[in-house]
Design a protein around this ligand. Structure first.
Ligand SMILES: [Zn+2]
Ligand SMILES: [Zn+2]
Length: 114
């Protein structure tokens, strides 16, 4: 399979460090405080690696971009979110990213799984 190697950096070079920093700050718990629209004003109870209370299977914290820019290097704009919150939170944005997916960037994971 042929793939053009364009070096378009979607994530900052220190993305792994940012993710680690966010994860550290979150203490392994979803940092969503209602951004997803499900639990307004309260912090999500889901914790990484344990069985989710509101979803099936184990919680996998992902890193959400509050400003919806995937190349931000500012951890104040990043939040650790469980898959449920993240999905909800990104839903509005999905109309757009689904469009982008259809128009070329398929095969790229939308979000890294950490
Ligand atoms: Zn959550
Ligand atoms: Zn939430």
């Amino acid at each position: 399979m042929k793939r053009k190697h364009k070096t378009k950096t979607v994530y900052p070079p220190n993305w792994n460090e940012l993710v680690a920093a966010v994860r550290m700050r979150s203490d392994g718990r979803c940092e969503c405080t209602g951004e997803c629209g499900l639990h307004k004003g309260r912090r999500c109870v889901e914790q990484h690696g344990i069985y989710a209370q509101f979803a099936r299977g184990r919680v996998m914290l992902t890193t959400a971009h509050l400003d919806h820019k995937s190349n931000t290097a500012d951890i104040s704009k990043l939040k650790a979110m469980c898959q449920r919150c993240h999905l909800r939170y990104d839903r509005e944005q999905h109309a757009q990213s689904a469009y982008e997916t259809r128009t070329g960037s398929h095969g790229q994971p939308k979000l890294p799984f950490q």
